[in-house]
Design a protein around this ligand. Structure first.
Ligand code: KIV
Length: 278
């Protein structure tokens, strides 16, 4: 019987991405390509395009749910969207965000991270933090849960830090972030993510870290880049961050846009100097 709908063939390098793959990419100075996804169809398309790491970000509160911030997102929302994305992936490493207040102490963090891995199918959880979260990172790492620590602009703390602003511009802030990165890595973080961090500071943290460092608005020296899917498709609110590029304009199709983004990151043509901060 002829199949009416065909399944896309797996891409050439179809072995699943693991932490070993990500560390090897850092060591060999090949860029790690990361992108957010929130459902199975886009996840499958990103997987086919060779995206190495797919993040179910709590940005879904803004781009999917239409909230002005990520704060209303719950663990149930994250588990649901992680399940959808997991069904679309064959190769990519799957990271899910721990949402606001879901990791306020080690016990709560273990419970919620466990749900994201066991019910959602995530491989790793991401939490926004500084050295104050080292104990939580250590508890997760000790339980065998891979952790990505998100430093710099931390959207879940937007009301505390005065909105969405570049982090680490003053010497004092920069020194603090370098120390935070060291403490989180020592506590067991397997990946660091830097959001809206001046390019020279991101370069220093990347150079000093043994674990891969992923950037968004953190310049070209980091080990990998991540963007929000809807930003590379030119969909979204009226505010377009400086680092966001609409790859659909050159790519023609959604699959083309995702492939163009991956190609630009690997060929070092994205990000350019105009996408970073000093
Ligand atoms: O929630 C998210 O999508 C993120 C990215 C912006 C890195 O944390």
């Amino acid at each position: 019987m002829t199949a009416i709908y065909s399944q896309p063939e797996p891409s050439a390098s179809s072995s699943p991405v693991t932490l070993v793959t990500l560390r090897r990419l850092k060591k060999s100075r090949q860029k790690i390509v990361c992108l957010t996804a929130y459902d199975a169809s886009f996840a499958a398309l990103e997987d086919e395009a060779g995206i190495d790491l797919v993040l179910v970000g709590d940005s879904l509160g803004m781009v999917i749910q239409g909230h002005p911030s990520t704060i209303p997102v719950t663990v149930d929302h994250m588990v649901y969207h992680t399940q959808l994305v997991a069904r679309g992936l064959k190769r990519a490493w799957l990271v899910a965000d721990l949402p606001f207040l879901s990791y306020r102490d080690p016990q709560t963090a273990l419970h919620n991270a466990g749900r994201l891995l066991q019910e959602g199918g995530a491989h790793m959880v991401k939490l926004e933090g500084n050295a104050a979260q080292a104990e939580i990172v250590a508890a997760l790492a000790g339980a065998g849960i891979p952790v990505c620590a998100h430093l710099g602009l931390r959207p879940q703390s937007q009301h505390k830090i005065g909105g969405f602003r570049v982090a680490g511009r003053s010497d004092a802030e920069a020194a603090c972030m370098i120390e935070d990165a060291k403490r989180l890595e020592a506590a067991g973080a397997d990946l660091l993510l830097l959001e809206c961090v001046p390019t020279p500071l991101a370069a220093r943290i990347t150079e000093a870290s043994r674990v891969p460092v992923i950037g968004i608005g953190a310049g070209p020296a980091v080990d990998g880049q991540i963007l929000v899917l809807y930003d590379i498709l030119g969909i979204g609110g009226s505010v377009r961050p400086r680092f966001a590029v609409n790859f659909l304009l050159g790519g023609g199709t959604i699959a083309g846009a995702v492939a163009a983004y991956a190609e630009a990151v690997r060929a070092l043509t994205y990000p350019g100097p105009e996408h970073g901060f000093e």
